[in-house]
Design a protein around this ligand. Structure first.
Ligand SMILES: Cc1cc2nc3c(=O)[nH]c(=O)nc-3n(C[C@H](O)[C@H](O)[C@H](O)COP(=O)(O)OP(=O)(O)OC[C@H]3O[C@@H](n4cnc5c(N)ncnc54)[C@H](O)[C@@H]3O)c2cc1C
Length: 477
């Protein structure tokens, strides 16, 4: 993966930069030791690594503002970072950049049950947002599988989703307002604690902007009352294509499960061994969950099971207890970790119209044979949000390059099928050079003009989202 040539002028002034950062931050909040900065050399896309110039870990919006003023003044690139779980290389540093990590900014600032919102510092982890309100029977809906670790900061930047987003929407549908610091240190507030805002939908622009427009320090999030009950069903099928067709038929029928998750044989095997979820022995597995009162659950499942039976399932198993449901979800949520235990892999994230699932799954199988690399599929099928995991050997020369080429072909396939390059993981460095397959030069130009407004020097999160050549030309202008 090509990265920009580090700015020698910036690198040569590291000592002065660190000195100035130490003037505005507590001493434990600036890390410039060569070995300690290594902990920040990559995110969850571990194939690409580069230690940053230094790392800062502020605790307040004021400290973030002071850091950005200094970096702006000295022309130093800044890479915002939450928990570093990006699978798209979104938080990968450049050798001349400062990592600005918000992990220490994790306070709950306000909880309001009457108006159903919570205000947090964005370093707070996704799961601990629900943790702060669950005793009062509320929850925060977007639930990435990484929710134990990932921060609201990264969720906002990537517009993250999760298994239960089929019903509740992704981050942008659950975000009411943000406080954000621009590259020159200016603090702005966008949105509030209410639905929609006057004027342009800047909140919609910021959510999913991948650290390109500013550093988000506070967020107001919608919280919801916990449903009365929920019940998952396991559905086993004889092939990926048949399971894909079943998903398409469920969506077409107009019932709205809270989640429809898909796993194929390699993932079922690895996950079951890892978590003891008790999954059936089959080629493809769906977890379909509905929620509501007992009567609502029975009615929705009646329709869904009738559809499933038409696809000759090898197994239909309703959960009988809260413990069984938890086990079923533990398996799915640990799927990436389970696959990581047995192989190096690259996780893709393309989205397609649900009706093309059978065709796209078949083509992925063919590409796997063409490239000689195995693929595991585990994804949010109800949203058509696919996550092919391409297995490769990081120690075998040429394997990573083959994996990258195959990944690019799969993502182009998603675009050709009427979908897009990313459903929830973002573009990062992983897909930046494929943006030309999705957008015309004019489409890309209008997006880059938005960055011109927020970050005219193009110092925030360099080399991400836009094709490298285009962003470097813009930075130099
Ligand atoms: C095992 C595993 C499972 C996953 N499952 C899912 C899933 O189900 N759904 C899903 O959507 N994703 C999933 N992901 C991907 C990842 O967890 C999400 O993209 C997550 O939102 C990243 O959050 P983070 O705090 O780790 O962000 P980071 O990785 O630190 O950063 C991600 C991006 O956010 C930007 N950023 C960070 N902080 C700020 C800030 N304060 N202001 C502005 N920009 C900022 C960074 O510059 C970067 O571009 C998974 C990852 C793993 C490793």
């Amino acid at each position: 993966m090509e990265m920009p040539v580090p700015n020698a002028n910036v690198v040569s002034r590291k000592a002065r930069l660190v000195e100035r950062l130490r003037d505005v931050l507590p001493s434990d909040a600036v890390i410039d030791d060569e070995f300690e900065t290594r902990a920040y050399e990559c995110d969850a896309l571990t194939a690409y690594r580069c230690p940053p110039l230094c790392v800062v870990l502020p605790r307040t919006t004021e400290e973030v503002s002071a850091v950005l003023k200094i970096c702006s003044d000295m022309g130093v690139p800044v890479v915002p970072r939450g928990a570093g779980t990006s699978l798209a290389g979104g938080a990968l540093p450049t050798a001349d950049s400062v990592i600005l990590g918000v992990a220490r900014m994790n306070d709950v600032l306000e909880t309001n049950y009457d108006d159903r919102y919570i205000k947090v510092q964005t370093g707070r982890t996704n799961l601990s947002v629900t943790g702060a309100v669950e005793a009062d029977d509320f929850f925060y809906a977007p639930d990435p599988s990484s929710q134990l670790a990932c921060a609201i900061a990264g969720n906002i930047a990537m517009n993250s989703g999760g298994a239960h987003c089929l019903k509740y929407g992704v981050t942008t549908n659950n975000l009411l307002g943000v406080k954000m610091v621009l590259m020159d240190g200016t603090v702005v507030e966008v949105g509030g604690a209410h639905l929609d805002a006057s004027g342009y939908d800047l909140l919609g622009l910021i959510c999913g902007s991948e650290g390109q427009l500013g550093v988000v320090t506070e967020a107001t999030l919608r919280i919801l009352r916990k449903p009365e009950g929920a019940r998952p069903v396991l559905m086993g099928f004889n092939s990926n294509e048949v399971a894909g067709a079943c998903v398409s038929d469920i969506i077409k029928a107009g019932v709205l499960p809270v989640a429809i998750e898909f796993m194929d044989r390699p993932v079922i095997r690895a996950t079951d061994a890892f978590s003891g979820a008790g999954y059936p022995d089959c080629e493809a597995l769906l977890i379909v969950e509905v929620e509501g009162s007992e009567a609502e659950i029975d009615e929705q499942l009646g329709v869904i099971l009738q559809i499933a039976r038409k696809h000759d399932p090898v197994e239909l198993r309703e959960s009988k207890s809260a413990e069984e449901s938890a086990k079923i979800w533990l398996g799915r949520k640990s799927a990436f970790g389970a696959m990581g235990q047995i192989n190096d892999y690259m996780c893709l994230d393309g989205t397609i119209p649900v009706s093309s699932l059978p065709f796209v799954l078949k083509r992925i199988g063919e590409l796997s044979q063409d490239y000689g690399l195995d693929v595991g599929n585990v994804f949010h099928a109800g949203d058509g949000n696919m996550h092919p995991l391409i297995l490769f050997d990081a120690n075998k020369p040429g394997d990573l390059e083959r994996c990258e080429a195959m990944g690019a072909d799969i993502l182009r396939l998603c675009v050709e099928a009427g979908g897009c390059l990313t459903g929830e993981h973002g573009v990062g460095i992983e897909k930046r050079d494929l943006m030309v397959d999705q957008f015309t030069p004019e489409d890309l130009d209008i997006q880059m003009k938005v960055k011109d407004v927020f970050d005219p020097s193009w110092l925030l999160n360099p080399a991400k989202v836009f094709p490298l050549k285009s962003s470097e030309t813009r930075r130099a202008a």
